[in-house]
Design a protein around this ligand. Structure first.
Ligand code: ADP
Ligand code: ZN
Length: 625
């Protein structure tokens, strides 16, 4: 028998046939039943010819030769009557539960329950299989490790610690430290959240429980909550282990706080159960939870509190280097041609997620197989890519070449202002990989935590923010909406500069506004002031931003070459870290140095003009026009 379902079905069918067949057999072989009173009256009238006893059951024939059957409750009173009427009597031992009855009563029951047990067990499993925690015991052959994950090194490094905790919980709890319980992985679909969670379990060789958030949510109140408890009970038994909850937003969305529909009540109960369970397990039970979502913004804040999912790791779409690494990981699984150029393939698929890359490799292998090739080459990849890109309705992010260019120049604009001005935070990372709603990102990291900000720093910060817009308008001669967030932040800084920090001469050190929160916090108190002051404040804010914007524009014009160079590098690399940024900057400085020397030779030393708009910036080579 192939599987239990088939066996169960077969048993059920057999029972049905057996019961049915036996009944037919009985009907055909047993004479028509008559009641005992009918039999007695027939007997008294002398109409009975012969009877045959089988225990209390008797069959017989009446005088006209018709057979009958009946059940005799008391034989002792019957026998004398039969003898009196001179009925022919025969009989056999009491077999009230003879083979026939056994067959009739017990065997079908056994068969039926056997079948039902097997069948129901199977169907129960297949019905709720997805929602029950599936335990993957660490089996070597299908074990996923960090080797299977590529291009998300940063996240991997952060999670290495979790692996250590799982491997050796005693080491960390020895001194009373609390082992973290929850990690939240955020990122677009297909960026490898599930894969990473599996890899952690694989690296640490612990059990892996996986469940989808939507599996908890049922129409019946309390079902989800009890599933949560069940899951944790199971997990605790096999601690140290890892629980993975995909799409946690299905349960972990913000609680409405009161009257909700039935299903949201149920959701809240489930979420509460989850919180209780997370708080519940002690440090001896090393159960680490990893949850995944692409909507961290809608999660209930209670989930993110310390002791729960207090570590957040974002997985973004891979850049060209990441894509290459993911390609390499998956290309190992297929037979590739020596000529296969993965680098150019990686370049040609901006915006592809890890899952899409895995799919691409697979499609390419199928393409090659269809053509009976010996190995998969670049052409197969090209064809597979076309098939995927054209066939795919890319709901996520379609990055057109023009958008990429605009973004690259925009981010380059921010970057070169930050590089050229002195009082700015060092650049940490620049990317033109779309993330969330942002098309690109320029990240600056302060050298040390700043608590105070100088006037110059704030001014340069606004100038840096204006750099993106300035670059766009210089190169493309038009403006896009890409700079809207820059404008929001710049306005906020300028407003506080004027109204809060007293850094503007026309207003003076009077706080017309006071932010309650820290830097760039949004709650504020406003000091009552006159219409005239309000107008003055507006003018000052506008003035401040306008100055910064024109400084940024001037920088773009002056360092046009640098801007183009930077943007080109960004277009190729998509992401640049601090080191790469430094390399590009240095090479630009060298070029300028060369130019300067050449100029000196050509013109002599008469070139000492200074540009007034840049006096405060102390650029490296200000004497060059
Ligand atoms: P998510 O959970 O973020 O939606 P998955 O982890 O389910 O994404 O990824 C789906 C598949 O895509 C994985 O099984 C793997 O084959 C491939 N994949 C995604 N990201 C990567 C990566 N960084 N390295 C290697 N393969 C990846
Ligand atoms: Zn910007």
């Amino acid at each position: 028998m192939k599987n239990p379902t088939q066996l169960g079905l077969l048993l059920l069918t057999l029972t049905a046939i057996l019961v049915f067949g036996y009944n037919v057999y009985l009907r055909e072989t047993t004479p028509p039943q008559s009641s005992y009173t009918q039999f007695l009256s027939d007997l008294k009238q002398g109409n009975i010819a012969r009877v045959h006893f089988r225990g209390n059951v008797l069959n017989g024939e009446d005088t006209s030769g018709r057979s009958f059957g009946t059940f005799a409750p008391d034989l002792p009173t019957l026998l004398p009557l039969l003898l009196e009427k001179e009925v022919v009597i025969s009989g056999e031992a009491g077999v009230t539960s003879g083979t026939g009855d056994w067959l009739k009563n017990v065997l079908p029951m056994v068969l039926f329950f056997g079948g039902w047990l097997i069948f129901s067990k199977k169907s129960f499993k297949s019905e709720t299989g997805a929602s029950r925690p599936t335990r993957f015991t660490p089996i070597k052959s299908e074990r996923v490790t960090f080797h299977d994950v590529a291009g998300i090194t940063e996240a991997q490094e952060e999670l290495q610690e979790v692996v250590e905790f799982l491997k050796n919980p005693a080491k960390y709890s020895r001194l009373g430290g609390r082992i973290p319980k929850g990690v939240l992985l955020t990122g677009a679909p297909g960026t490898g959240k599930t894969l990473l969670a599996k890899a952690i379990a694989g690296e640490a060789s612990v059990a892996f429980f996986s469940m989808g958030g939507s599996d908890f949510v049922e129409i019946f109140a309390g079902v989800g909550a009890s599933r949560v408890r069940e899951l944790f009970a199971e997990a605790k038994k096999s601690a140290p282990c890892l629980i993975f909850i995909d799409e946690i937003d299905a349960v972990g969305g913000r609680r409405s706080g009161g009257q909700g529909s039935g299903s949201s009540d149920e959701r809240e109960q489930t979420l509460n159960a989850l919180l209780v369970e997370m708080d519940g397990f002690s440090s001896e039970e090393t159960v680490i939870m990893i949850a995944a979502t692409n909507r961290p913004d809608i999660l209930d804040p209670a989930l993110l509190r310390p002791g729960r999912f207090d570590r957040q790791i974002t997985l973004s779409l891979p850049d060209v280097k990441g894509r290459l690494k993911i390609l390499e990981v998956h290309a190992k699984k297929i037979i590739t041609a020596v000529t296969l150029d993965l680098v150019s393939i990686a370049r040609s698929i901006p915006g592809f997620s890890g899952a899409e890359i895995a799919n691409l490799v697979n499609e390419a292998a199928l393409m090659a197989a269809r053509k009976n090739k010996e190995s998969v080459d670049t052409d197969d990849f090209e064809e597979a890519k076309d098939k995927i890109v054209m066939g795919l309705e890319r709901k996520s992010i379609v990055v057109s070449e023009q958008d990429r260019r605009v973004t690259a120049y925009h981010e380059a604009g921010h970057a070169i202002v930050a590089l050229l001005l002195k009082e700015t935070d060092p650049l940490h990372k620049i990317t033109i990989i779309p993330r969330g709603r942002a098309m690109g990102l320029t990240q600056q990291l302060p050298l040390d935590d700043r608590y105070t900000y100088s006037r110059e720093y704030l001014h340069n910060r606004i100038t840096t923010l204006m750099g993106g817009r300035a670059a766009e308008s210089l190169v493309f001669n038009r403006l896009t909406t890409g700079a809207s967030n820059d404008i929001v932040v710049a306005t906020e800084i300028a407003t506080r500069l004027v109204c809060e920090w007293g850094m503007c001469g026309a207003i003076g050190p009077i706080a017309y506004r006071q932010s309650v929160d820290s830097f760039l916090g949004d709650s504020m108190l406003v000091k009552p002031h006159s219409e005239m002051i309000a107008r003055k404040i507006d003018t000052e804010i506008k003035q401040e931003i306008a100055t910064c914007a024109s400084e940024a524009e001037a920088l773009m014009k002056k360092h046009n070459k640098f801007l183009h160079k930077f943007a080109e590098v960004l277009l190729i690399n998509e992401t640049m870290d601090a080191e790469e940024i430094d390399i590009v900057y240095r090479s630009y400085l060298k070029e300028r140095e060369l130019e300067r020397l050449l100029l000196k030779e050509n013109r002599g030393n008469d070139d000492t003009r200074k540009q007034s708009s840049n006096t405060r910036t102390q650029e490296p080579m200000e004497d060059i026009p």
